[in-house]
Every structure is written in structure tokens, then in C-alpha cells.
Design a protein around this ligand. Structure first.
Ligand code: ARG
Length: 459
């Protein structure tokens, strides 16, 4: 056990206490950010004349060596160090001797961990953004290929009005587009540098916080040293954004599971993304979609965990905050995995267009259009609603669709109906006439697709 802070202690830490307190087994994920932050700190110390240029060079070379050795596997995270900060510092001292002991001048692990975590999250937001963009590109492609693929639109899981596959997928395009912007907002708001805040009250050294902030790609230094070491808002925002991504993926998965079922048969998930049953030879299960749906709970759990951890702790740093890491890391990895897998699943899925269209045709999805037909011929909407209701009832009794009723049958219920009713309630008409922006009609859809294309080119 190599403690950084052994000086005022007369007794060794109990092994169980040590294990309970230590975080290296999980915060080793922060090694790159920790070393990068230390490099900026050392450069700033030299610039301010707090250490010499020569000492700086020694420290930078030592830190670089540690980074290389960690990445090559030559240096393992051995458990006798409490956390990643102690690990790097102790290794530096091993390599450079006493000069290494100067690195921590004007710094605390409190501002150090705040910095590392912010940089880690910032990097991961960048990766999640790339994955979300790839997902949007797949969705866009499917939309573009299915502007005329008719399918039922549902409310209350009851067939409502016909839409297109492009339109349905377009709803998810909007969701994931918002998710990207939510992630970007979080990245923007977190981008102030806590380094130089010390344990909580700044330091007496003439640190140049603007310099380190800029060197590390931040928009500037944070403005309150207590807040700097006590703030985990950005993790709450991150996990809330990640939870929303999972909620969207989960809804999409739920639909795909339904669509892939025997009852719907709208889609077929590729064999490569399906699994079998150990007992029932006929089964091909949508396990990937189910797992993504299931893992949503895990990410929500991370959000609840950090909210609960933070709610009662007084300023400034408290050890409770070490609990911010494992769930956050897990949530980030989970979300990244889920987006990638989900994207692969929809990109390889096949669409049973005939079944979709057939399903759109029964279930009276054109009833609204029949009512609109009457309105266009002078019947007040509320009366038209009642007339079509009676039509539907008659169809149900005869087990036929609105398209299959004879003109005589129509006219028995209302003389307003003429031969052109069939045209008015045809699937093509029902969909293609809906051309207000955001609707499934071809003209509206093409307009939106052009906007999506531009968005993907520019973002
Ligand atoms: N491992 C700690 C964490 O994750 C680092 C900061 C520790 N600071 C302290 N004074 N104990 O929060």
C-alpha cells in the first residue's frame, strides 16, 4: 500500500479499509486524461517559474513514458495504489526521483479528479456523437428507400391512419437528432476547467489557470473553486441524455420486436442479429432488440444513483463523489454498445413491404379520409364522422373493408357518396394527399429528406 498521504498517520490502514477506499480498479479508465492534465499543469508551473524548465522537461518525459508503457501493456495498474492519480504520481517519482515530487505543487486530487472526469466525458460525448450520426445515416437511408412503403400508423396500438415506413422511421430521426444536440449541449456547458482550484480554496501559488484551461481545450477556467471540486451536474446531464437515448432505442426496439413477430411480419431481423432457442427448433428470437430494451433500466439506474449520491452532500469535495464513476463508465459503455448493435440490426433488417401495405389496408385506416370526402362534398364534419361510423359498422358485419363496399351500399347510408369515393379512400390518396410539412405525403417527405441530407452533411 503506497499512500500519498501517510505523513500524519501512525498506523497502517487496515487492508479492508484500504480496499473499500481504493478506486484504481475502476478509475484507471482515466489514465490518459490524468496524464494529459498533469502535462498541462507541469508546463504551466514552469511558465510561472514555480518549477524550472529543466524540471518540466524531466516531468513531461516521465509522464510520456508512463503513457506509452500503460498503452503498450508494459505498465500494469497494480493494486497497491489507491487511485489513478496516486498511481501516475508514484510512477513518475520512480522514474524521475525527487523532481517527480514537484508535480503536485498547487494541485489537489480534488481538482485533478474533477478535471479528469470532465475530460473523459468530453471525449466520450464525441464518440457517442459519431455513433448517433451513423445511426441517423442508416435511418436516413431506410427513409429514402421507403417513401412509398405504406404501413398502418397506430394510436393506442390500434390502427389509426396509413403512413409510410419513411415517415415512421422519420420520427426516430427526429429523436436521435435531438439526442445529439442534447449531448452537444452537455459538452458545451461542462467545458470550463476546474484545474487550479486546489482542494477547494484555490492556491497561494501564482497559477495561470487560463493557460491550463486553454492547453486542455476548455473555454476558460471555472469561476468558483468550491463549486469546481463539488460540481457533478455535468454527469447528471450526461446520464439524463444517455437515459433519453436509451428510452428512444427501447421504444424503437419494442416496435421492431412487434413487427418481427408472427402476428405482424412487417420486418425480418437478419439471422446474424437473431438467436435461437435451445428447445424449440422453430424459434428465431429478437434477443438483441430485447437486450437493448432491457439495458435501458441499467442506464436509468446510473442516473438515479448519481442524483441520489449528490443530493445530500455539503460543499465542497466529499468521498461520496467517488461513486460517480463506475455507473457513469458503465452507462457510457452500455449506450455506445447499444447504439452500435441497434444500428447493425436495422441496417441488415429486411422489410416485408407487402405485409405492411396489406395491414394498412384493413383496419379502416382510411375511415378519416372517407369522412373528409363527405366534408369536401358539403357535409359538416361531425355528421360525416357519424355516417362513416355507420359505414364501418356495416363493413364489420359483412367482414369487408371500405374499399370493398359497393356504391349502392354506400348510398344506402348517404346519398352524397359517388363513384369517386373509391379514389378518395385509396391508400395512395390517403397518404399522398397529406402534404403539410411533417406529414407522410411524398412532397412533404421529400422536402424533409432534403433537410435531413443537408443536416447530415453539415453536422
Ligand atoms: N478517488 C477520488 C475520487 O474519485 C479522487 C479524489 C480523492 N480526493 C480525496 N481527497 N480523497 O473522487
Amino acid at each position: 500500500m503506497a499512500q500519498l498521504w501517510g505523513g500524519r498517520f501512525t498506523k497502517e490502514t487496515d487492508q479492508l479499509v484500504y480496499n473499500f477506499n481504493a478506486s484504481l480498479s475502476f478509475d484507471n479508465k482515466l489514465y490518459k486524461q490524468d496524464i494529459t492534465g498533469s502535462m498541462a499543469h507541469a508546463s504551466m508551473l514552469a511558465k510561472q517559474g514555480i518549477i524550472t524548465e529543466e524540471e518540466k522537461e524531466t516531468i513531461l518525459a516521465g509522464l510520456k513514458g508512463i503513457l506509452t508503457d500503460i498503452e503498450s501493456g508494459a505498465l500494469a495498474f497494480s493494486p497497491e495504489y489507491e487511485d489513478i492519480h496516486s498511481f501516475v504520481e508514484a510512477n513518475l517519482i520512480d522514474r524521475c526521483g525527487d523532481v517527480g515530487k514537484k508535480l503536485h505543487t498547487g494541485r489537489s486530487r480534488n481538482d485533478q479528479v474533477a478535471l479528469d472526469m470532465k475530460m473523459y466525458v468530453r471525449d466520450e460525448i464525441g464518440e457517442i456523437d459519431i455513433l448517433l450520426k451513423e445511426l441517423l445515416e442508416s435511418i436516413y437511408r431506410i427513409m429514402d428507400e421507403n417513401v412509398h412503403t405504406y404501413m398502418p400508423g397506430f394510436t393506442h396500438l390500434q390502427k389509426a391512419q396509413p403512413v409510410t415506413l419513411a415517415h415512421h422511421f422519420g420520427a426516430y430521426f427526429e429523436m436521435f437528432k435531438r439526442d445529439r444536440s442534447r449531448m452537444a449541449d452537455t459538452g458545451k456547458r461542462l467545458n470550463l476547467c476546474p484545474l487550479g482550484s486546489g482542494a477547494l480554496a484555490g492556491t497561494t501559488y501564482p497559477l495561470d489557470r487560463e493557460f491550463t484551461a486553454e492547453a486542455l481545450g476548455f473555454d476558460g477556467p471555472t469561476l468558483n473553486s468550491m463549486d469546481s471540486v463539488a460540481d457533478r451536474d455535468y454527469l447528471i446531464e450526461l446520464l439524463s441524455g444517455l437515459s433519453t437515448i436509451m428510452m428512444h432505442l427501447s421504444r424503437f426496439c419494442e416496435e421492431i420486436i412487434l413487427w418481427n413477430s408472427n402476428e405482424y411480419r412487417f420486418v425480418e431481423i437478419d439471422d446474424g442479429y437473431s438467436t435461437g432457442s435451445s428447445i424449440m427448433p422453430q424459434k428465431k428470437n429478437p434477443d438483441i432488440a430485447e437486450l437493448v430494451r432491457g439495458k435501458t433500466g441499467r442506464v436509468y439506474g446510473a442516473l438515479m444513483s448519481i442524483l441520489t449520491t449528490m443530493k445530500g452532500i455539503p460543499l465542497a469535495y466529499n468521498k461520496d463523489m467517488q461513486e460517480d464513476k463506475e455507473f457513469t463508465f458503465d452507462a457510457i459503455d452500455t449506450v455506445k454498445g447499444c447504439i452500435a448493435l441497434f444500428n447493425g440490426m436495422i441496417a441488415t433488417m429486411s422489410f416485408n413491404r407487402e405485409n405492411m401495405e396489406k395491414s394498412a389496408k384493413n383496419g379502416f385506416t382510411n375511415a378519416t379520409d372517407a369522412a373528409d370526402y363527405l366534408v369536401n362534398n358539403g357535409v359538416p364534419f361531425r355528421d360525416a364522422h357519424g355516417i362513416v361510423g355507420r359505414l364501418v359498422l356495416a363493413c364489420i358485419e359483412k367482414n369487408i373493408s371500405l374499399d370493398e363496399m359497393s356504391l349502392e351500399e354506400y348510398q344506402e347510408i348517404s346519398p352524397v357518396f359517388k363513384e369517386d369515393i373509391y379514389e378518395a379512400i385509396s391508400m395512395k390518396n390517403c397518404v399522398e394527399k397529406r402534404n403539410t410539412i411533417g406529414a407522410p405525403g411524398e412532397a412533404a417527405m421529400k422536402q424533409v429528406l432534403a433537410l435531413h441530407k443537408k443536416y447530415l452533411e453539415e453536422n
